[in-house]
Ligand binder design. Structure first.
Ligand code: NAD
Length: 242
C-alpha cells in the first residue's frame, strides 16, 4: 500500500501517460538514462525523417533489431497494474503511451493510444498501406512493399513529425478527472504538455518517475522511484478505498 490523497471511483475518468521509464524494468533502455542515446545511437541518426533519407539501411537495421528484441521482452508489474485499473474503470480508462514496444497490449490493456507508433508495424511511402513486420521480408536491407514494391518505413513517429491520434488525445485530456504520468522525463513534446492541458481542465495530476520530471511543478502528487514497485501499490491503494 502507498499513501495517496486520492480515491478513484468507477465514475471517474482516468487518463494515463506512459514513457520509456515504465519499460525500463522489462529490460528496455530509455533515452534519458542512457546519455540521450537509444541503445548505442544518437536519436538524430535513427529517429528523424532526415536520417531515413540519408541512410535508410542504417535506420532499418536499428528498427529491425528493436523489433526482433521484443520477442524476449515481457511486461513488468507496472504494465499489469494498468490492466487492473482498466478492468476497474472500463471505458473511463484511457492509456496513452509514447512507447513503441507493444508491452501495454502484451499485458492486456485495450483502451490504448500508441501516439508514437509501433515497432510491430511499418507502412509504404508510395501507397501508404500499413503492414505488420511479420508480413514483410525483413531480410531486405530496406524492405519493399508487398503490394506496390515501394519503399517501406517503420511506423514510428520520428522527431519533427506529428504524433498519431492527437485530436482524440486532446479530447480525452479535456474530460479527464485524473491524469497519471509514469516513467516520462517531460522533455519530449507534445506529450510533455499533456499534464498542463489536464490541469487547465481541473484534473488531479499524479506522477511516478525515478527522478523529478521537467514538468513536475504541474503534478499534485508525485511518487519518486521505480514504476514496477510503486504503480502496483498505488493502484491497489486506490482500488482498496472502494
Ligand atoms: P525518456 O527516456 O526521455 O525518459 C524516461 C524517464 O523514465 C526518465 O525521466 C527516467 O528517470 C525515468 N525512469 C527510468 N527508469 C524508470 C523506472 N524503472 N521507473 C520509473 N521511471 C523510470 O523517455 P520518454 O519521456 O518516454 O521520451 C523519450 C522518447 O523515447 C519517447 O518518444 C519514446 O517513444 C522513445 N523511446 C521508447 C522506448 C520504448 O518503447 N520502450 C524506449 C526508448 C525510447
Amino acid at each position: 500500500m502507498i499513501k495517496t490523497k486520492f480515491k478513484i471511483q468507477k465514475k471517474d475518468r482516468v487518463t494515463v501517460l506512459t514513457g520509456a521509464g515504465i519499460s525500463a524494468e522489462s529490460g528496455l533502455k530509455t533515452f534519458r538514462d542512457n546519455g540521450g542515446l537509444w541503445e548505442t545511437h544518437h536519436v538524430e541518426e535513427v529517429a528523424t525523417p532526415e536520417a531515413f533519407q540519408k541512410d535508410a539501411t542504417l535506420v532499418w537495421r536499428f528498427y529491425r533489431q528493436r523489433y526482433l528484441q521484443l520477442a524476449d521482452v515481457k511486461p513488468n508489474p507496472a504494465h499489469f497494474a494498468l490492466v487492473d485499473l482498466e478492468k476497474f474503470l472500463g471505458d473511463n480508462f484511457t492509456l496513452i503511451t509514447q512507447n513503441v514496444d507493444g508491452l501495454h497490449s502484451k499485458a492486456g490493456n485495450k483502451n490504448l493510444i500508441e501516439m508514437h507508433g509501433s515497432l510491430q508495424k511499418c507502412f509504404c511511402l508510395s501507397c501508404q498501406q500499413k503492414f505488420l513486420m511479420s508480413e514483410i521480408n525483413l531480410m531486405e536491407k530496406v524492405p519493399s512493399c508487398p503490394v506496390c514494391k515501394g519503399r517501406l518505413r517503420p511506423d514510428i513517429v520520428w522527431f519533427g513529425e506529428t504524433p498519431h491520434h492527437m485530436d482524440e488525445i486532446t479530447l480525452r485530456l479535456r474530460h479527464t478527472n485524473y491524469f497519471l504520468m509514469v516513467g516520462t522525463s517531460g522533455y519530449v513534446y507534445p506529450a510533455a504538455q499533456f499534464v498542463q492541458i489536464a490541469r487547465l481542465n481541473s484534473a488531479k495530476t499524479i506522477g511516478i518517475n525515478l527522478e523529478k520530471p521537467l514538468n513536475s511543478s504541474l503534478i499534485y502528487e508525485f511518487h519518486q522511484g521505480k514504476a514496477g514497485l510503486i504503480l502496483p501499490k498505488l493502484i491497489q491503494s486506490w482500488l482498496n478505498k472502494n
